[in-house]
Design a protein around this ligand. Sequence first.
Ligand SMILES: [Zn+2]
Length: 47
Amino acid sequence: MTAVCPHCKGKVTLATVLREKDVKDGAIETLYACPHCKAVLGFTFMG
Ligand SMILES: [Zn+2]
């Protein structure tokens, strides 16, 4: 994954993206955030 943050235009890669795991209703939610401006870029659920 290589992307450009829509907020700060900083380069975000799989190696630098911030991940934050959270458990909601038994499913693991992973938040992905920009390492430069901390904006949340997306999230995934793993049931
Ligand atoms: Zn950013």
